[in-house]
Design a protein around this ligand. Structure first.
Ligand code: F6P
Length: 405
């Protein structure tokens, strides 16, 4: 069996670790023995807090440069030993942003082919959110959130100052790690498993997505649309039932909208978890019904008969005056989903607590429905959707978590 080194490349917070773990999982499914050698983990293990200070990363700091060089060499030796034994693919997860470092890697790992995988992410919002997530690492425990963010940003600046893109290396692929797209590639010799690797890199990797709709609200009871109403007694019971249902599951990330009904539904689920981060994304806010917000459908029919008729005729493409429509929401929901997947970083599971129209749009990525049928997908409040979508596995199930209403 042919053996391979994969070396990651990219600035901090650009998704290298997530892509590495996707590669590990995908290649392991091909019955390959794969292991990740992460320089950051090794640094934390060996140097601990001493290496969390931004100056440790300054290219001017000879001791810091030397210490990081040693860690890199140590992992290279470990990777070599792994492939010399029964390992098939060794993934070196490190920034490797300077051409000089890559020359060292290229010179050290000569016994098997080496593929570079560069991770790019140009979405500044997401980089910021990802930095915030990093600051929760134990190495920043002694700093306030603001100081930890400043420290991490300084670290990134140092990496930026020595960054040079891939280009001269014999085999490399550049990936947009947010959209899972190949941006560029160059292979000057045959790379084992490349067809599989390419497919893994462009696949969305959803180990378990639980898509939940918020519980019943006052507005739902009154048949009003939009707004920011709270859960009713029944809605709160549904949220508690969800909390009980998911207690045995591990859900490390829950994404909500910025609306109270979404947050109130997610809260008991999060409370029932040992480790759970809840994050509100405005991309998951319910469709904005513009001039029709807060109204009942019969009121809309009476007050805005033309609008009502136009929506009846083409619900998907209709846009509420001063508001949105399904067609107009596509981009933001897509962005929300990408954000949620990126921020949860190939976690075992993530949950989205959304709304009727939002959940329809999310489901449309996984269900083969005609566009015009998307606004009619059934989104119950006593059931949720469980979705798995990796390179080799697709699963879709609708699960009832409470008794019939
Ligand atoms: O009725 C609840 C609700 O979430 C409203 O806030 C929203 O306008 C509506 O569902 C979306 O469903 P439809 O597109 O079928 O009107």
């Amino acid at each position: 069996m042919r053996k391979l080194y994969i070396a990651m490349m990219g600035l901090p917070a650009r998704g290298k670790t997530t892509v590495s773990s996707k590669l590990l999982e995908g290649l392991a499914q091909e019955d390959l023995n794969v292991k990740i050698f992460n320089n950051g983990d090794l640094r934390r293990q060996i140097l601990g807090e001493a290496s969390s200070h931004p100056e440790f990363y300054s290219p001017e700091n000879k001791d810091g440069v030397g210490a990081r060089e040693n860690l890199a060499l140590m992992n290279m030796e470990r990777a070599k030993a792994f492939l010399a034994g029964d390992g098939d693919v060794a993934i070196l997860d490190a920034t490797n942003v300077s051409a000089e470092r890559r020359r060292v890697v290229q010179k050290t790992l000569t016994d098997h082919p080496l593929l570079w995988v560069e991770c790019r992410n140009d979405d500044q919002d997401l980089v910021e959110a990802s930095i915030l997530r990093k600051t929760r690492l134990p190495e920043f425990a002694s700093l306030s959130e603001a100081d930890a963010v400043a420290s991490f940003k300084q670290r990134i600046e140092y990496y930026e100052s020595i960054f040079s893109p891939l280009g001269n290396e014999p085999c490399w692929v550049r990936v947009d790690s947010l959209r899972n797209r190949i941006l560029d590639e160059q292979l000057s010799h045959n790379v084992p498993y490349y067809v599989t690797i390419r497919d893994i890199l462009v696949s969305d990797w959803i180990r378990n997505l639980y898509l939940v709709r918020h519980g019943q609200t006052l507005y739902n009871m009154e048949g009003r649309i939009g707004g920011d109403s709270e859960l009713t007694h029944q809605g709160l019971e549904q949220a508690e039932a969800l909390g009980r249902h998911f207690k045995g599951f591990s859900i490390p990330y829950i994404f909500t909208s910025t609306r109270r009904r979404s947050h109130q539904t997610a809260a008991p689920i999060c409370r029932g978890q040992q480790h759970c981060t809840m994050k509100a994304l405005p991309e998951f806010d319910e469709i904005n019904a513009g001039i029709c917000e807060h109204m009942r459908y019969e009121e809309i029919k009476r007050t805005w008969p033309n609008e009502y008729r136009r929506r009846q005729k083409d619900k998907y493409n209709y846009i509420y005056p001063e508001g949105e429509g399904y067609v107009a929401m596509k981009e933001r929901v897509d962005k929300g989903l990408r954000k949620a997947l990126y921020l949860s970083g190939n976690a075992e599971a993530l949950m989205i607590v959304g709304h009727q129209a939002i959940n329809r749009m999310i489901l449309s990525y996984f269900l083969f429905r005609r566009t015009e049928d998307v606004p009619f997908i059934y989104i119950p409040q006593d059931q949720y959707f469980h979705i798995v979508s990796t390179q080799k596995k697709k699963l879709f199930e609708q699960v009832r978590f409470t008794g019939r209403h």
